[in-house]
Design a protein around this ligand. Structure first.
Ligand code: NAP
Length: 293
């Protein structure tokens, strides 16, 4: 049986207009989960700023927000570049005023055994996922500290922040940093009215997942029709379930929640026992030949 399916996309638990007059700045909101989170804020009245590198992604995000009747601005921005982030916030402020909510959703990831990982691959993933998250939070936080205005930051994490992520050492280490950063910033900026939380999706497949990730899921979980059976909930997550959690955290009803990491994964990451399935070395899982220098 498992955990029942959620209400359909389009339902909202929060009151209509909860984010009327507010602006939400979301990185990587032209695809997948970022687009789903942006959609839930848009549905509740927020204006949306989408920051990402690729025009086709930004266009897809813009189309989705317009279809919901939301005001939307898209800005080209590589979150590894603090100057580009500052310019993106300038553009957002010019159009809507200083955004009230920042969702640090953008991240990079691909499966690779640690011994095959190049220094460049390591640097790229850490640079986007951890450094980019900090640079965006820093820009947003400084502007609110200067203005003396309250605000909310949601950093998107991953459950391997706690467990480690064999085959994803770069991303797992970066996400552990994101979780830890959330806790530091929440305390530093709480006195100035800035909430900082981390929101962690479980497996939420979507059509924008990169080929690398889709192949890895198919290899390790036996393909989409088996994914549900690998989850304690007996189903994977629906994107709107993450969007609902994000809107709650940034809403007036979630104001006293700060420094928290909320996992939306149907208890999948706690699925451990003394008799786990037999260990399959990562190279074997990924169909790689034996390692050679
Ligand atoms: P996705 O579809 O691959 O989206 C990643 C987004 O980040 C893209 O829109 C991309 O846009 C943007 N991005 C990447 N590098 C960037 C950069 N340097 N500067 C600006 N934007 C950049 O990923 P997703 O599956 O929706 O995941 C969203 C978040 O959830 C990520 O933080 C991910 O780690 C987390 N997560 C997802 C799952 C899942 O099941 N899907 C599970 C656990 C955690 P451009 O290419 O246009 O820059």
């Amino acid at each position: 049986m498992g955990i029942p399916a959620p209400p359909p996309v389009g339902d909202t638990a929060l009151k209509p207009g909860t984010f009327d007059g507010q602006t939400v700045f979301i990185t990587g909101a032209g695809t997948g989960l970022g687009k789903a989170i942006a959609s839930e804020f848009a549905r509740l009245g927020a204006s949306i700023v989408i920051a990402s590198r690729k025009l086709e992604h930004r266009q897809a995000g813009e189309d989705a927000m317009k279809a919901l009747g939301a005001e939307v601005l898209t800005v080209e921005c590589d979150i590894r570049d603090p100057d580009a982030i500052a310019a993106a916030f300038d553009a957002a402020a010019e159009r809507f005023g200083l955004p009230n909510v920042l969702v640090n959703n953008a991240a990079a990831n691909f499966p690779v055994p640690a011994e095959d990982m190049s220094p460049n691959a390591w640097r790229t993933v850490v640079d986007i996922t951890l450094n980019g998250t900090f640079f965006c939070a820093r820009e947003f936080g400084r502007r609110h500290l200067d203005a003396g205005t309250p605000a909310s930051i949601i950093n998107i994490g991953a459950t391997y922040a706690w467990t480690g992520g064999p085959g994803f050492a770069h991303s797992a280490a970066a996400k552990a940093g994101v979780k830890n950063l959330t806790e530091s910033l929440a305390v530093e900026w709480g006195p100035s009215g800035i909430q900082v939380n981390c929101l962690v999706p479980g497996l939420m497949p979507h059509e924008d997942m990169t080929g690398d990730i889709q192949e890895n899921l198919a290899r390790t979980h036996g393909g989409p029709n088996k994914w549900d059976l690998c989850q304690p909930a007996m189903r994977v997550g629906e994107r709107q379930e993450l969007g609902w959690a994000a809107t709650f955290l940034a809403s007036p009803y979630g104001r006293f929640i700060s420094g928290h990491t909320l996992v939306v994964d149907g208890a999948n990451w706690q699925r451990r026992s003394l008799t786990n399935p037999a260990v399959v070395p990562i190279r074997e899982q990924m169909g790689k030949p034996p390692f050679e220098m």
